[in-house]
Design a binder for this molecule. Structure first.
Ligand code: ASP
Ligand code: MG
Length: 402
């Protein structure tokens, strides 16, 4: 069971989470729980770091941010003990979550969860700090924002758990953000593929890395509400069921945390894109959409999107490599949004893109970049039109529910 930041934001909520865990343990389940930092603690720590140094070193960032989760595991253990049940908390390093050494977005390479299993045998509720691990040589790392989901899924796979339940302040996965689309509805099941596309295009319920992990290790995820009764179902994320008739479009997502970078006047010859994106990759920038235009007089323009959080890395990467290859100019546009439609049934239905573009055109929304996968179509538009776009697409694809 994993509880996110809002579910453990204060002592009152920690007590309610503790009660829920004890109830499960008393029902006979072995309970392992992963928690995030309380409320906005991670954001606050990032704020402090930037006051100390506008360009903080990533190793020290991880040292700092990992403390957020360490606070919540200890408090949760105390809350459980106060309610008369045994509990023990562990940091990521203590439970043997071994990662690579890419600070701030480390990948888990293996988990040696012996101490978790041992504590379970002693009938304790085991609490593990989300979002963190250690390298083979003992350095503390973090897994990237939202990384506690990944800890939960990886741990579930590592200890061969029967289920991985991810609790938050939402009921499950919705057909669109209900804060923007009041007629959005909760989805009962979502396939890994759809969930991956949704997470990659702005759905905040699960982190993308956690879904990837779940798919690779076949961990069924149940996304549920932290404070609704135990018999209220959420959304199940699992492998595609061939007997199911797939919805053409299951969800509309949006993401306003990306920026668009345009490089103009790039020499149009083999090796240039490899060099630009190679340098970005070495700087650990997660590039998303890439569009290259047809060339004019041997020069071309390349646009791509990347998370706004990665902009410092983008800037340092481009400053080096663009000088080498000789590009004319480049600029960053932060006022963009990505809206996407996602659905496993799209694979076998023509005309979906046209329908999407028409719905957006009728609202006078201009499309800046477009990209597709077999089960997703995404458009980059002006940030201030994102909410309108999500609403009209939700209606156009018949997802509205009274
Ligand atoms: N506390 C970390 C974050 O805010 C990890 C998590 O909550 O999953 O990103
Ligand atoms: Mg989270």
């Amino acid at each position: 069971m994993k509880f996110g930041g809002t579910s453990v934001a204060d002592i009152d909520r920690l007590n309610r989470v503790a009660a829920r865990l004890i109830e499960r343990a008393k029902a006979g389940d072995d309970v392992v729980v992963v928690v995030s930092a309380m409320g906005k603690v991670t954001d606050d720590l990032i704020g402090l770091a930037h006051q100390a140094n506008p360009k903080p070193c990533k190793r020290e960032m991880d040292m700092l941010l990992s403390t957020g989760e360490q606070v919540s595991i200890a408090l949760l253990a105390m809350a459980i003990q106060k309610q008369g049940y045994e509990a023990v908390s562990f940091t990521g390093a203590q439970v043997g979550i071994i990662t690579d050494s890419v600070y701030s977005k480390a990948k888990i390479v293996r988990i040696d969860a012996a101490c978790v299993l041992e504590a379970l045998i002693q009938k304790k509720i085991v609490i593990v700090a989300g979002f963190q691990g250690r390298t083979v040589d003992g350095q503390i790392t973090t897994l990237g924002r939202g990384g506690s989901d990944t800890t939960a899924v990886a741990l579930a796979a590592g200890i061969k758990a029967d289920a991985c339940e991810i609790y938050s302040d939402v009921d499950g996965v919705y057909s669109a953000d209900p804060r923007i689309v009041p007629k959005a509805h909760k989805l009962d099941t979502v396939s890994y593929e759809e969930m991956l596309e949704m997470a990659a295009s702005g759905a905040g319920v699960l982190s993308m890395r956690s879904v990837e992990f779940a798919r690779n290790f076949d961990v069924v995820i149940h996304c549920r509400h932290s404070f609704k009764p135990a018999d209220v179902p959420g959304t199940i994320v699992r492998g595609e069921d061939p007997s199911m008739e797939d919805a053409v479009v299951s969800a509309v997502t949006h993401d306003t945390n990306e920026a668009k970078i345009t490089i103009r006047g790039v020499p149009d010859r083999p090796g240039i894109a490899a060099s630009v994106f190679g340098t970005l990759g070495q700087n650990n920038v997660n590039v998303d959409m890439i569009i290259q235009n047809i060339s004019d007089a041997g020069l071309t323009d390349i646009s791509f999107t990347a998370p706004e959080d990665d902009i410092t890395s983008v800037t340092s990467a481009l400053e080096i490599c663009l000088k080498e290859i000789g590009a004319r100019t480049w600029n960053i546009d932060r006022d963009i949004a990505k809206v996407s439609i996602i659905g496993a049934g799209m694979k076998s239905h023509p005309g979906i893109t046209a329908k999407m573009f028409k719905a957006l055109a009728e609202e006078g929304i201009n499309l800046d970049l477009i990209s597709t996968s077999p089960i997703r179509v995404s458009c980059i538009i002006a940030a201030d039109q994102a909410e309108t776009a999500v609403r009209v697409l939700h209606t156009a694809f018949g997802l509205d529910q009274e």
